[in-house]
Design a protein around this ligand. Sequence first.
Ligand code: CAA
Length: 289
Amino acid sequence: MSTEVKSIAVIGAGTMGSGIALVSAMTGIKTYQVDVSDAQLERSKAGHTKIMGRNVEKGRMTAEQAEAAAGLLTYTTSMTDAKDVDWAVEAVFENAELKKGIFKEMQATFRDDIVLASNTSSISITDVATAVGDADAPRVIGMHFFNPVPVMKLVEVIKGLATSEETTARTIALAERMGKVPVPANDRAGFVSNRVLMPMINEAFYAWMEGVAEPADIDSIMKLGCNFPMGPLRLADFIGLDVCHDIMMVLHRELGDPKFFPCPKLRQLVTAGRLGDKSGQGVFEYGKK
Ligand code: CAA
């Protein structure tokens, strides 16, 4: 396997992919931000400019460093433009079939000596790796970043059944180079982060639905009493209620325990298209989008 990572392809320019691409470029790595949508790429680029501008204002980086990082970013709708990269990380929607399709495309496009990582937040790495077959499964791994990627320190590193030690060691090394703290977890639905976080968020919806307290009070109690930076319902809006719902469905299906079934209140908001920050309305109001 190639060892020095000088270039990366990040497939998917949504919140997570965009954040990963920015952190990669700020690490000094040539970064291809790939997405099927030009509009999404535009949004990602605008977000990068805004965050780096704020970093310069706050004195966290110089204008020259921001310019250098911007110069390392290429936005493209064609994966082929990135065909020579040394690393690929997929960050598309949390949908197993979609992810598998992307992995097949990555396998066909990129060199056969690079790591193929997935930013999956609950879907099994072993399952995703079936898309590339036994020969390539050792170079498939989970590299789970957290939102907002530039701020959150953790990368949860998930080994699938066939992931090699070399792939794992290289993933840990790259995450550390990006200034992150990699922590290993095994390939069970939700890994550790979402196995613990999502049922807690789901329970906050039950507390609201049962009238234990109003949403703002549930959040205040958890912020002031448990030192959470955001209350669980505000965090659910921030993550996206559809994402929370989909992760609970994966936990429910894979682990088989009814306790993982999404709360009816969460399901109702998702059905109504109230998805949180991104739609302007979720548990709380953010102004129409
Ligand atoms: N991109 C880059 N930087 C950002 C940012 C973003 N999207 N959002 C906030 N920041 C930076 C700000 O610039 C600010 O830095 P300075 O003060 O030095 O300028 C710093 O973060 C704090 O931001 P704010 O003052 O605006 O607000 P805050 O103190 O409330 O912090 C927060 C915001 C970092 C998001 C904080 O509320 C927090 O940590 N919330 C919890 C986030 C969390 O739990 N994330 C994990 C979600 S789960 C997940 O991602 C995985 C999954 O699979 C679902």
